[in-house]
Design a protein around this ligand. Structure first.
Ligand code: IMP
Length: 201
């Protein structure tokens, strides 16, 4: 049994392989599975978008476990934007240096207590027999006052985690996976898949 993960993002695949690798199953990205699908993420919630992506793959592949995630950054001061629009925020091709600086500018002068934010990750799983599940996990933090760190991707350099005293871009991948929205969601999905393989779905 193989797992196909609906993403073309190599940063995500790295995190996925590190966590799901323990299952001992082959884990393929869409590209590795030979799929070139343009999937429109037009859901209103992270859960809907994850399921839309998983379903699009399940529709064209047999005998695989399909996983798809949808994630993003919710900034309370910006009414939870960019939210489900996180990757499209300010345009898909705009660099994160520019996006992150724009967010820092929007929050200029905003006091610490009002800078709360979270990364959200939902992961949908569809089993070969059609059974579906979706999980949601978050990591709470704050928008920092400047970009810091070069690990990770996307909004990591401006996402400050008070309990670690640094941004998620300053954490190693191992450290980030232990506390991150995606790390926690992947751990839950791993348990769901383990239980399913053990026949206790
Ligand atoms: P998705 O690929 O549609 O799930 O879009 C997720 C977007 O949310 C990414 O392109 C990033 O902009 C942002 N994002 C999600 N997770 C993270 C993370 O762990 N670090 C930084 N940015 C993230």
């Amino acid at each position: 049994m193989k797992i196909v993960f609906a993403t073309g993002n190599e940063g995500k695949m790295k995190e996925v392989r590190m966590i799901m690798g323990e299952l001992g199953m082959e884990i393929l990205s869409m590209k590795e599975a030979g799929l070139q699908l343009a999937i429109e993420e037009n859901g209103a919630t992270f859960e809907e978008n994850a399921m839309i992506k998983a379903q699009a793959i399940a529709d064209v592949m047999d005998d695989v476990i399909v996983l798809a995630d949808d994630s993003g950054l919710e900034i309370d001061y910006l009414n939870k934007e960019p939210g489900v629009h996180s990757s499209r925020y300010m345009g898909e091709t705009t660099s994160y240096d520019i996006k992150n600086q724009h967010i820092l500018d929007l929050l200029k002068g905003v006091e610490e207590q009002k800078r709360t934010a979270r990364f959200v990750c939902t992961i949908a799983v569809i089993f070969p027999d059609g059974e579906k599940k979706v999980v949601r996990e978050t990591i709470e933090g704050q928008i920092g006052y400047e970009s810091k760190g070069s690990n990770g991707f996307g909004y990591d350099p401006i996402f400050y985690v008070p309990e670690f005293g640094c941004t998620t871009a300053e954490l190693s991948l191992e450290q980030k996976n232990k506390i991150s929205h995606r790390g926690k969601a992947l751990e839950r999905i791993k348990t769901i898949i383990c239980n399913s393989l053990a026949g206790q779905k």
